[in-house]
Write a protein that binds this ligand. Structure first.
Ligand SMILES: Nc1ncnc2c1ncn2[C@@H]1O[C@H](COP(=O)(O)OP(=O)(O)OP(=O)(O)O)[C@@H](O)[C@H]1O
Ligand SMILES: [Mg+2]
Length: 157
């Protein structure tokens, strides 16, 4: 199994809010992916596409599926995040009045995305943009695989 889906989240496109998430859900359903995995992936993407809209003026979302893993890459050229640890703190938000009037800005999106994914990496540079990579594993052996790789790295030849 090998598939990729790419989406553009357009600036201020609030009427299409949640569209990427629901399209990903549809595609994963067609691929007969486990329902709990679909729930985690589509909910994580939902939080990500909202963040792109309210904090970054849009961006790109790529979803790549293999037998082992679903990788979500969310990239934007927004203002970036100065303090990543602070942004990842539950309850921290810089959402503006408009976003808050729509019910966003509780500061829980990134925390939720971290919980919904098996691995999450957040890279950001102020003035350049933000890249968020989330992985959800489809097999139970990924921890074993990771452990095996670590052991290999430690081997002295
Ligand atoms: N793509 C992004 N570009 C710039 N800043 C971001 C981005 N995503 C998140 N942030 C920063 O991280 C903070 C925390 O994000 P998080 O999603 O947890 O909360 P929120 O979006 O403010 O509120 P909620 O998700 O609960 O509606 C944001 O308020 C913002 O300062
Ligand atoms: Mg958010």
């Amino acid at each position: 199994m090998n598939a990729s889906f790419s989406y553009k989240v357009k600036q201020d496109d609030f009427t299409n809010m949640g569209h990427v998430s629901s399209d990903v859900r549809k595609n994963l359903n067609k691929m007969k992916i486990d329902h709990e995995i679909i729930r985690r992936v589509s909910t994580a993407i939902y939080h990500g596409e909202i963040n792109m809209l309210i904090h970054a003026g849009g961006g790109n979302i790529d979803v790549h599926i293999t037998d082992k893993c679903i990788t979500m890459t969310l990239e934007d050229k927004g203002p970036g995040i100065e303090n990543i640890a602070e942004a990842l703190t539950d309850g921290y938000s810089t959402a503006n009045k408009k976003a808050r009037s729509m019910g966003f800005g509780q500061g829980t999106g990134l925390t939720a995305m971290k919980q919904l994914s098996d691995e999450m990496q957040l890279y950001s540079e102020p003035g350049i943009g933000t890249t968020l990579i989330m992985k959800v594993f489809l097999t139970d052996d990924w921890e074993v695989d990771n452990y095996a790789n670590e052991e290999e790295d430690d081997t002295v030849e």
